[in-house]
Unconditional design. Structure first.
Length: 272
């Protein structure tokens, strides 16, 4: 067992504890976020291990230290840390790529008389994209078109690329069209991952063509917009369009047959 009743191991980042002071042997799971780091860039974080045991030297098994995922060990701590306040610093580097994700693990084993294994789970906190500026009850005649997302705004605090999926509450209610828009069938449409500004621009100029004469009065179409930044998703279903039925105009009437007073039948052809 560990002999001291007070703190044995303290792990800090710039003086701030990254985990409650370790008092017992066994496995300790540490979660740590490197924050947001742009793809193609790197971020180094220095961690300091302090031995707070009064009379025992702390051994660090540096030969077994291992980092996984987009993380690497830049420098190792000392293999032995003296008692009563001795410390040593090591450095971990985060190097995100387009395919690496942001999760990884550091394995670090330490010992007084019993082994203490720390399993560090690394990651970068992600903020979900935000959708705003949607509009409700946008009016259009069913023989016309409208841009239902003309005022929509999309933001992503992390600067990630974003994609979008748009779903009509009923596919038969109309058709969406626009640059970069894929018709996935069943009233579902999508825009592939791109920059936030490009996605917003594409959404704002999408055109909705409501189906003609589905209702004798009006019909409301609800659009569900989902934006994904590769990690988190935001959803909004407040965009609605109210399409009003417009009676068709008669352009001409053609009579055929014998329109005499005693004719038994007359055929009409009505052209709209």
């Amino acid at each position: 067992m560990i002999h001291s009743a007070v703190g044995q191991i303290r792990i800090t980042d710039n003086g701030v504890l990254v985990y409650p002071e370790i008092l017992t042997a066994g496995t300790h799971n540490i979660d740590y976020s490197f924050g947001n780091v742009a793809i193609g860039s790197t971020k180094d974080v220095d961690f300091t291990i302090t031995n707070t045991a009064a009379n025992f030297q702390l051994g660090i098994h540096t030969s077994s230290m291992q980092a996984t995922g987009p993380y690497s060990i830049v420098s190792l701590p000392a293999t032995n840390i003296a008692s009563a306040g001795g410390n040593s610093t090591f450095t971990i580097r985060f190097t995100p790529t387009a395919t690496s994700g942001d999760s990884g693990t550091l394995y670090l084993s330490m010992a007084f008389t019993n082994q203490i294994l720390t399993l560090w789970t690394f990651g970068s906190a992600n903020t979900a994209p935000a959708i705003s500026g949607t509009a409700v009850n946008q009016a259009v005649n069913d023989n016309n078109t409208l841009s239902p997302f003309s005022t929509v705004s999309v933001t992503d605090a992390d600067g990630d690329n974003v994609s979008a999926t748009i779903t009509l509450d009923a596919a038969a209610k109309g058709v969406l069209s626009g640059t970069g828009l894929s018709d996935d069938g069943g009233g579902v449409y999508s825009i592939a991952s791109t920059t936030v500004s490009d996605l917003e621009s594409k959404l704002q100029v999408l055109t909705f063509n409501p189906s003609d004469n589905r209702s004798s009065t009006s019909e409301t179409t609800t659009f569900t917009l989902i934006v994904n930044d590769g990690t988190d998703t935001s959803s909004d279903n407040t965009t609605t369009v109210v399409s009003s039925a417009v009676a068709p105009l008669v352009n001409s009437i053609t009579l055929s047959g014998s329109p005499a007073a005693n004719a038994t039948s007359i055929d009409f052809t009505v052209t709209f």
